[in-house]
Ligand binder design. Structure first.
Ligand code: DC
Length: 258
């Protein structure tokens, strides 16, 4: 307990001598566990948690509802200009408001997941998103999670973590989050369960390919990011390792003021 308190004090005192409070950038592929990690670090170090994927998802939802094609950038840019996306930080993640309506659940559905991946390849749309995200984090004091936070949104972030895991592990984890009731062998045959799991892994590979191969800010670790591979780690181990990384980067000797 005592040790925890003194660690918090280190963070806060380092932050108070800086013109900006620290930014913790968490990047990595889909299903690596970024949201859980970001929410944990935000609670642990009393920072705001900003989940940038939710912004791509919210705009994708508006594109679906407005019947816009996902592969044409100019109309999507126009749509973005007349769209209000608000992230309301909560202890377990962000509530998301699209033009004043709470869409937090809707944006997690598969059609929005697929549309968000497709619209996120457009360079000028990304530039628009990056501008909004910088404005949200301009004063620091945030854990920002996405694909390009350490490379494009906050290349000068005090802490950068690239959270990775093998596609199989990420697919398995995602599968176990999706409607656990349906996963009971009593409800579905073993064969159907295997097919469902494979479909999730395939979809994740598609999204990975799009994220890593787009021309504008492809998914890759920043040169100064710490790579945290969670393939063989438990959740508790990932959270503990990430806390160590944050503390190591925010000690006054590694000062964020330099
Ligand atoms: O993290 P997520 O699955 O909620 O992200 C949804 C989509 O948005 C995903 O396909 C990648 C894209 N995205 C992005 O390109 N850049 C970000 N900073 C965040 C998300």
């Amino acid at each position: 307990m005592r040790q925890d308190r003194s660690m918090d004090e280190v963070i806060l005192s380092a932050a108070s001598t800086s013109p900006r409070r620290p930014v913790i950038a968490i990047d990595g592929p889909a299903g690596a566990g970024k949201s859980t990690l970001a929410a944990h670090l935000a609670r642990r170090f009393k920072l705001l948690n900003i989940e940038t994927g939710a912004m791509y998802r919210a705009l994708a939802l508006k594109a679906i509802e407005s019947d816009f094609a996902f592969d044409e950038e100019p109309p999507l840019l126009q749509l973005a200009a007349s769209t209000r996306i608000q992230l309301v930080p909560q202890s377990d993640g962000n509530r998301v408001q699209l033009d004043g309506t709470d869409v937090s659940r809707r944006i997690r559905e598969p059609d929005v997941t697929s549309a968000a991946s497709q619209i996120s390849i457009h360079p000028r749309l990304r530039a628009w998103m990056v501008e909004q995200q910088r404005a949200l984090g301009v004063k620091g004091g945030v854990v920002m999670e996405g694909r390009d936070i350490g490379t494009a949104v906050f290349p000068d972030a005090e802490v950068k973590i690239f959270l990775d895991a093998s596609p199989e592990i990420r697919g398995n984890r995602r599968f176990s989050q999706v409607t656990p009731a349906l996963q009971s062998p009593a409800v579905q045959s073993e064969e159907q369960l295997r097919a469902d799991k494979q479909a999730i892994i395939d979809e994740m590979r598609d999204r990975d390919r799009r994220d890593r191969s787009r021309t504008e800010s492809p998914l890759r670790p920043a040169e100064d990011a710490v790579i945290l591979d969670s393939t063989a780690l438990t959740l508790e181990e990932v959270l503990a390792r990430a806390e160590e990384i944050v503390l190591a980067h925010l000690q006054p000797s590694n000062s964020i003021t330099q």
